[in-house]
Design a protein around this ligand. Structure first.
Ligand SMILES: Cc1cc2nc3c(=O)[nH]c(=O)nc-3n(C[C@H](O)[C@H](O)[C@H](O)COP(=O)(O)O)c2cc1C
Length: 389
């Protein structure tokens, strides 16, 4: 990287750590000639960094703070589907648990990393509370401030059972009502606790879900719908994980992949083991070029630097969804001011060696990325992933 650019990055990293700028993507484009535009669920977003579904997208205050910091998108906490009478086949996932512990968790080979230990599961308040949050998200989306997408866990039957269509219909219809204008965007969660459940012991059962759940959602929706399927890390080998990706029918986007499940402790966990597994599986999977691909990809798992973000992008992910990195002790962030969201963006984008800008400039220096119209484009990294295969 030219000395002048390194000096500019160091200067920006230092000053933005004290005061986070508005519209940082415009600034990056003007100053570094780097276009960070990305995509999630077919929607154009100003950069690839979003928040994964969980405890950090439970209320309007959190959404407002994310919009103010300039996050690209947020997936709301997972709602457990219900029918018109309030019956929920997946009620066991709607348990209440407040205590979360942010802990160090070394990987199997000893690298220090972070995980969040938490025994809770899905949304534990009422459906009408959730719809109020969806409406707040819709307003932020329409205002062009933050793309907000609901997440749902719908009924998953055993092989000899049929789908509870009434739950699919009712939940999807009320979400569409709250969203009001097509298309409805929705993420379907297959969670790590599901991976750890006896329900997911059977490969044929999992594959049936992936083949049938997106068409079920589509059939249940009163308006055109785009569906992201967030795949769990099943307790099977890498080849089966790829089989799951290929088996998923009718999803616009695959989110790869939710946390690992520690069956001894009965807990979901993340850290380096999670990103190692996810990147390994994405290496095995061969995404088709964007024009012919059935599903685009969004990455999740242990993204704590721009470099790790680029590892997912190089395997075809057009956006990423973080959770743990938003929860670290404040002393772990280089920025000394601003919300956690701003501090995360600061680290991921501007770090002079580990950040996204530095990483993209390095790809250019290595001949792996070329300028078009004088600019480097983040999405070209994901397109290259397709070309090289
Ligand atoms: C405390 C906690 C709660 C979560 N809840 C959900 C959830 O309700 N639905 C979901 O799809 N993912 C959930 N996740 C998964 C995250 O969205 C994310 O995909 C995963 O933690 C991997 O990213 P990370 O390594 O950056 O944390 C949760 C994660 C954590 C740590």
């Amino acid at each position: 990287m030219p000395v002048r650019t390194t000096a500019a990055l160091e200067r920006d990293f230092e000053r933005f750590g004290r005061e986070w700028p508005r519209d940082f993507t415009d600034l990056v484009r003007a100053e570094y000639r780097v276009d960070l535009s990305a995509r999630y669920l077919g929607e154009a977003i100003p950069h690839p960094i979003g928040k994964g579904s969980g405890q950090l997208s439970l209320n309007e205050g959190q959404l407002e703070e994310d919009a103010r910091a300039g996050l690209a998108f947020v997936v709301l906490k997972t709602l457990i589907a219900e029918d018109a009478t309030g019956a929920r086949a997946m009620a066991a996932w709607a348990i209440h648990e407040t205590r979360m512990a942010v802990e160090r968790r070394p990987s199997a080979d000893g690298r220090p990393g972070w995980t969040v230990t938490w025994k809770g599961r899905g949304w534990d308040r009422s459906l009408s509370d959730y719809l109020a949050l969806v409406r707040a998200g819709r307003d932020l989306t329409r205002g062009g401030r933050l793309l907000v997408v609901p997440s749902v866990k719908y009924h998953l039957p055993r092989l000899d059972e049929s789908f509870r269509e009434a739950e699919y219909r009712h939940t999807t219809a009320v979400l569409a009502g709250a969203w009001s204008e097509p298309p409805l965007l929705v993420e379907k969660d297959f969670s790590p606790t599901l991976a750890g459940d006896a329900l997911a012991d059977d490969r044929a059962q999992i594959l049936r879900w992936l083949q049938e759940v997106p068409p079920q959602i589509r059939a249940a929706s009163p308006m055109p719908v785009r569906i992201a399927v967030k795949l769990m890390n099943a307790r099977f080998d890498d080849a089966f994980q790829v089989e799951m990706m290929r088996a998923t029918r009718g999803a616009d986007t695959l989110v790869c992949f939710n946390r690992l499940f520690d069956s001894k402790l009965g807990l979901a966990y993340g850290g380096w083991d999670l990103s190692d597994r996810n990147l390994r599986v994405l290496d095995l999977y061969r995404p088709l070029p964007p024009s012919t691909a059935l599903s685009s990809l969004s990455g999740t798992g242990n993204i704590t630097s721009g470099r790790m973000l680029l590892e997912y992008a190089r395997r075809g992910c057009e956006s990423v969804q973080l959770h743990t990195f938003f929860q670290l002790p404040l002393s772990e962030y280089a920025a000394t001011q601003g919300s956690r969201t701003a501090r995360v963006l600061h680290a991921l984008v501007f770090h002079p060696r580990e950040g996204l800008i530095a990483g993209l400039l390095e790809l250019e220096a290595d001949g792996e990325l070329e300028r078009r119209g004088g600019e480097l484009h983040f999405l070209d990294v994901t397109h290259r992933a397709h070309r090289q295969r």
